[in-house]
Design a binder for this molecule. Structure first.
Ligand code: PMP
Length: 397
């Protein structure tokens, strides 16, 4: 059976990670895969998370199965984090969440649910979007199309075109929106546009599907989801896929949740039965560890405060690295302005250089980034920023 198969090309981004590891240039820099790193290039376990893990280890009494929908303290804590503790939706009985393996698993459950609800639904993704969005939609067998999002030439949001595209949508359309810290562009939907998107969704009946993978990495935990909360307060139905990989640093523990907002409590209960059934057919129930850890953390005031401080530190470091990179580039008399990097949010930005220039930087400087010129801001450090700026300035001359 397997002899019929032909080998697939390596995932481009994971291929970059392998090439980076094999490079013996001591000055090499990894700006590829989206993982937070410290000044020293490490991705440590957050102290608040480590303490929560310890509590879990000391208190866990069984490795028997957990309930199908996951850890209840985790689900309650995360719904409050995303929606806001005083959000009336929380007591409306229209909201149901199920723990899933990471943001990716949550997205997959969401797409499968859409397919059950409306096999003719079309998913609209931002142009560009995180590559795995397209893969997940395709594997589910749903149609997809891009809406205008980022103007690569002028490094800005294509706001008017995006709204024009949304104005043409209807009941069979689902719009996948990045809640904050857009991957790969770093360009977010500004506060004043969310109400316009909400109005269009209400008028035309399309369904928003919000992907929240970086809450707290943009400005802060509240500001980052302000627009999302407004939108969710207006629409009858929506989906939210939330990842705890980045903001809790739980990457390998595969921790996330899919949340459905339904028109009525009855519809919400029905949607839940389907999400649980879909999960049962794929992997039965979610891994316990990450959810249990976050459940402990968010249920403890002191640990939550500590986590918020650690998260704010990561966020501030990425902000300052953006400013530092822009200063260093401008100090090298490059022709174009890189000010847009400061306006953008989260872990990513497009440098706006050509694939050939990306390749030249890799060949001549051992600096690794995606072919699109997407860089992981957290891969920059005080000790490598001059080297990076030198390389970028050199290929631009
Ligand atoms: N959505 C977006 C936009 C992402 O960038 C990521 C992580 N790269 C995810 C979802 C899912 O992350 P994970 O499955 O690791 O939780």
């Amino acid at each position: 059976m397997f002899q019929q198969l032909t080998a697939l090309p390596a995932d481009p981004l994971l291929g970059i990670a392998v090439a980076y590891r094999q490079d013996d240039n001591p000055k090499k820099v990894d700006l590829g895969v989206g993982v937070y790193k410290t000044e020293e290039g490490n991705t440590p376990i957050l102290t608040s998370v480590k303490k929560s893990l310890q509590i879990l280890l000391d208190s866990e009494e069984s490795k028997s199965y957990i309930q199908a929908r996951g850890n209840q303290a985790f689900l309650d804590g995360m719904e409050k984090l995303v929606l806001g503790a005083d959000n009336p939706l929380l007591s409306s009985n229209r909201v149901e969440s199920v723990q899933a393996p990471g943001g990716t698993g949550s997205l997959k459950l969401g797409f499968e649910l859409i397919k059950r609800g409306n096999p003719n639904a079309k998913i609209w993704v931002s142009g560009p979007t995180w590559a795995n969005h397209n893969a997940l939609i395709k594997s589910t067998g749903l149609a997809s199309e891009e809406y205008p999002y980022y103007d690569k030439v002028n490094n800005q949001l294509r706001a008017d075109e995006m709204l024009e595209a949304f104005a043409k949508l209807g009941k069979d359309d689902v719009v996948l929106l990045h809640g904050c810290c857009h991957n790969p562009t770093g360009e977010d939907i500004p506060a004043d546009l969310w109400p316009k998107i909400a109005d269009l969704a209400v008028e035309n009946g399309f369904t928003p599907f919000i992907d929240i993978a970086y809450q707290g990495f943009g400005t802060d935990l509240e500001t980052d989801v302000q627009g999302v909360r407004h939108l969710l307060s207006k629409v009858p139905e929506a989906l939210i896929a939330t990842s705890c990989s980045k903001n809790f640093g739980l990457y390998r523990e595969r921790t996330g949740l899919i949340t459905t907002i339904s028109e009525s409590p009855v519809a919400a209960g029905i949607a839940l039965t389907h999400v649980l059934n879909i999960a049962r057919e794929i992997y039965s129930m979610p891994p316990s560890y990450g959810g249990a850890t976050v459940g402990i953390l968010l249920g403890d005031e002191a640990l939550t405060t500590e986590w918020k401080t650690e998260l704010a530190e990561m966020c501030a470091r990425m902000r300052s690295l953006r400013a530092l990179l822009v200063d260093k580039l401008h100090a090298r008399d490059v022709d174009q302005s890189f000010d847009f990097i400061n306006r953008q949010n989260g872990m990513f930005t497009f440098l706006g250089i050509t694939p050939e220039q990306v390749q030249a930087i890799r060949d001549e400087y051992s600096i690794y980034m995606a072919g699109s010129s997407r860089i992981n801001i957290a891969g920059i450090s005080n000790s490598n920023v001059d080297y990076i700026a030198d390389a970028v300035a050199a290929v631009l001359k």
